[in-house]
Design a protein around this ligand. Structure first.
Ligand SMILES: Nc1nc2c(ncn2[C@@H]2O[C@H](COP(=O)(O)OP(=O)(O)OP(=O)(O)O)[C@@H](O)[C@H]2O)c(=O)[nH]1
Ligand SMILES: [Mg+2]
Length: 284
């Protein structure tokens, strides 16, 4: 029987097993936050590793709310909506979107999820380009997903990612609505793919993939400014403060949250309500 796309999970295509029962929904909800009071909110925010300045801004905003009878979680979401940007449109600025991030941060998986879920929900014509063919040191490869999901894929080896070859690849897919581009890990980008895309291909939007438990090294962050961000690994990291500190400092809009390995299930558009829930949960 032909497998339906929404049945795909990495386990079924031999790239790992699904983390059953470890999703966000299993995290304990902030049901009793209002009973516990504002101190509990403060402790949870600092337990997340948010910096003092951000905690102070969030906390003051929540406590000085003009609607003190509104539950704390909703007030928190309102503050987060004020302090963070959210931009989930796809395509957004351009039809070409490249995913960058550190080794194993979840670039390829997020790209595959986004391609699959976008086609289900919009019917857009989508193509995939890999500038990291044979380049994934420990992760998933796009050529595993592309045929299963039925997307056309162009692959360039990391050492073939020169301006002419990238130009040809873009031209080849120029009639499609959306083209998602996988890239080599930034910490192993010895051929300078990041620099090339940033300086020579303004028609490509760069999206920045950050693992919740890690963030990005300073040296790597320097090549980004206000790009949109996907946070991955939210199912396995209880603390996301460090990543949020970086995102807030860089004014990067949040685009998507990745909450597991399954394609395409475990990807959600980022929004303030969800971020509030993530900040308040406790992972067991
Ligand atoms: N638990 C969990 N695992 C994830 C998530 N996103 C990706 N993974 C897993 O993390 C591993 C690495 O994911 P990849 O998508 O290959 O990461 P990558 O950034 O493309 O890796 P490289 O190309 O080698 O740098 C794979 O086993 C994925 O199934 C997530 O949100 N949660
Ligand atoms: Mg990869």
């Amino acid at each position: 029987m032909k497998q339906r796309m929404w049945d795909l999970d990495p386990g079924s295509i031999s790239i790992g097993s699904v983390l059953d029962g470890f999703g966000l929904e299993n995290a304990s909800a902030a049901v009793s936050l209002d009973e516990q009071g504002p101190d509990s909110l403060y402790l949870r925010l600092s337990g997340q590793g948010l910096n003092n300045d951000l905690i102070e801004q969030i906390f003051q905003g929540v406590m000085n709310s003009k609607a003190p009878n509104v539950p704390l979680e909703i007030r928190l979401a309102r503050e987060l909506a004020r302090l963070f940007k959210f931009e989930t449109r796809i395509p957004h600025k351009t039809q070409f979107v490249a995913f960058f991030g550190a080794l194993g941060s979840g670039k390829t998986t997020a790209l595959a999820k986004l391609a699959a879920s976008t086609r289900f929900s919009t019917g857009l014509r989508i193509g995939l380009i890999s500038l990291a063919a044979e380049g994934s040191l420990k992760g998933v490869e796009l050529k595993t997903f592309a045929p299963l999901l039925g997307f056309p894929l162009l692959e360039l080896g990391v050492n073939e990612a020169d301006p002419e070859s990238i130009d040809r690849a873009l031209a080849c897919f120029s009639s499609l609505d959306l083209v998602l581009i996988d890239t080599p890990a930034l910490d192993h980008d010895q051929f300078g793919v990041r620099r090339l895309i940033k300086y020579e291909f303004p028609e490509i939007e760069s999206v920045y993939v950050m693992a919740a438990h890690k963030g990005l090294k300073k040296s790597v962050r320097r090549s980004f400014s206000d790009e949109r961000v996907v946070i991955t690994g939210l199912d396995r990291s209880a603390r996301i403060g460090e990543v949020l500190n970086q995102i807030h400092a860089g004014s990067n809009p949040l685009a998507f949250f990745s909450t597991g390995r399954r394609v395409p299930h475990d990807l959600e558009p980022a929004n303030a309500q969800r971020l509030a829930k993530i900040l308040l949960r406790t992972l067991h």
